[in-house]
Ligand binder design. Structure first.
Ligand SMILES: Cc1cc2nc3c(=O)[nH]c(=O)nc-3n(C[C@H](O)[C@H](O)[C@H](O)COP(=O)(O)OP(=O)(O)OC[C@H]3O[C@@H](n4cnc5c(N)ncnc54)[C@H](O)[C@@H]3O)c2cc1C
Length: 405
């Protein structure tokens, strides 16, 4: 017999979306269980960029000062180089927010922080090493989740189940929610190079013939993203590591003497880029949010921040119905209606950059002239406020409206 539990809301997945929703609902007096398949949050190169919109939510929760005591780097400008043209893509310094910068913080620190804060509320529960394997259905509605734990199977009954289990969501598969795929021309190889005190400070993107390279300042190391054409990994392996190191050295000449730190392929991790969206994010008794509802392209590094915005919108709409014990499909539809167009618009902007800039650069054999939007950004600094707003705040910033229960 499986162990059984009963809560008002059960959330599959302890990523940014699941943990933030769990915290907000518990703060509003709802009993929540977040189940996470891993034993901890220690995974490298997940989204580590907390944008002004996310920092604003933390401020609204009265936690900003405590949060900023955790180790992080502040970045108020993003620079890029297209051929020989160097320019600032986004300047966050004039955003109307408490924090006018992106905070780079390892995702495990961020998630541990949310758990620590959540644990202050009696309704907040987390079960690690608990993998959701199925949804439990009754009379056409989802009424719970089935999970595997180290001590055997677990059935969790809940008035609301939330799928926040990421881009390969088991919940959305088992609930038979249909997905629209938008495709991506690229994948990304992530790795570290050490940082010297003489190196530049701001993060940068470099667009060169057939190559795109991103470097994020993480204090004593660079988090590097080498963008490759989708499906070209086998060819890159076949060309060999010395050739890969040479390419990195050409793209980041100031770090050329450090490319020997790449001693094998093992620490070079592949991010398979996928962009998709559920046609309907809910069924009676079930809602999907974050990457489980819409996997984002890495363009703009907005994945975590959209996941957090979904969590805030969900808590705003659902805390009261959950407390009253009557969550209807109409409530769930309200969450989708609120978050759909910001998601659509962001994904459309990402697809535009993927198709008009990234594909062109990756396919190029000769130096390309920068696209007109890039030339405008280089020429008129005031225009940098537009990408700063889109990346930093998003198109429909959410605010915490849940009561403290
Ligand atoms: C390599 C990489 C780099 C990225 N870089 C950035 C970046 O710089 N900036 C940015 O904003 N975004 C970035 N992203 C995207 C970002 O990480 C995601 O958009 C964001 O984490 C989505 O949050 P989420 O909570 O919806 O899902 P996730 O963060 O994917 O969290 C889902 C959680 O569910 C758990 N889970 C999965 N299946 C189950 C199951 N069956 N049972 C229980 N638990 C389960 C997972 O272990 C995970 O903890 C990156 C993603 C990757 C993969």
């Amino acid at each position: 017999m499986p162990e059984t539990l009963s809560v008002q809301c059960c959330i599959a997945g302890g990523g940014p979306a699941g943990m933030m929703l769990g915290l907000l609902l518990a703060r509003a007096g709802v009993s929540v269980l977040v189940v996470e398949k891993h034993p901890d949050f220690l995974r490298d190169f997940r989204g580590d960029t907390l944008h002004p919109s996310t920092l604003e939510i933390i401020h609204e929760l009265g936690l900003l000062e405590r949060f900023l005591r955790l180790p992080h780097q502040k970045v108020s400008r993003i620079n890029a180089r297209f051929g020989d043209l160097e320019f600032t893509v986004a300047d966050f310094s004039s955003l109307p927010t408490q924090c006018r910068y992106v905070a780079f913080m390892p995702q495990w620190d961020f998630l541990n922080f949310l758990v620590e804060v959540g644990s202050g509320y009696p309704g907040f529960h987390v079960r690690m090493s608990t993998e959701v394997t199925d949804v439990i259905e009754s009379g056409g509605a989802v009424v719970g989740l089935r999970a595997e734990t180290a001590t055997g199977p677990l059935d969790i009954r809940a008035a609301l189940v939330v799928g926040a289990d990421g881009r390969n969501s088991t919940v959305r598969k088992k609930a038979r929610l249909s997905v629209e795929e938008f495709g991506a021309p690229m994948d990304v190889l992530w790795f570290r190079l050490s940082r010297s005190h003489n190196d530049p400070v701001d993060p940068m993107g470099r667009f060169d013939v057939g190559r795109i390279f991103i470097m994020l300042n993480r204090g004593d190391y660079w988090q590097c993203g080498f963008v490759i054409a989708k499906g070209s990994l086998t060819e890159i392996y076949a060309q060999g590591l010395p050739r890969f190191r040479d390419n990195v050295a050409k793209l980041a000449p100031f770090a050329a003497a450090r490319v020997h730190e790449l001693q094998g392929w093992e620490p070079i991790k592949l991010l398979t880029v996928q962009v998709d969206r559920l046609r309907q994010w809910y069924r009676p008794g079930l809602l999907c949010i974050g990457d489980a509802a819409h996997a984002m392209s890495p363009v703009g590094g907005v994945g975590i921040n959209l996941a957090i915005q979904d969590a805030v919108a969900s808590a705003n709409v659902l805390a009261q119905p959950l407390r009253d014990g009557r969550v209807t499909a109409a409530d769930l539809a309200k969450v989708q209606a609120r978050r759909l167009w910001p998601t659509q618009l962001t994904q459309q902007a990402q697809l535009l950059v993927q198709n008009r800039v990234i594909s062109r650069v990756l396919d190029s054999k000769v130096p390309l002239s920068p696209p007109s939007a890039v030339r405008l950004l280089a020429r008129f600094p005031i225009l940098r406020r537009i990408p700063a707003r889109l990346i930093g705040l998003g198109v429909r910033p959410e605010h915490v409206r849940t009561p403290v229960g």
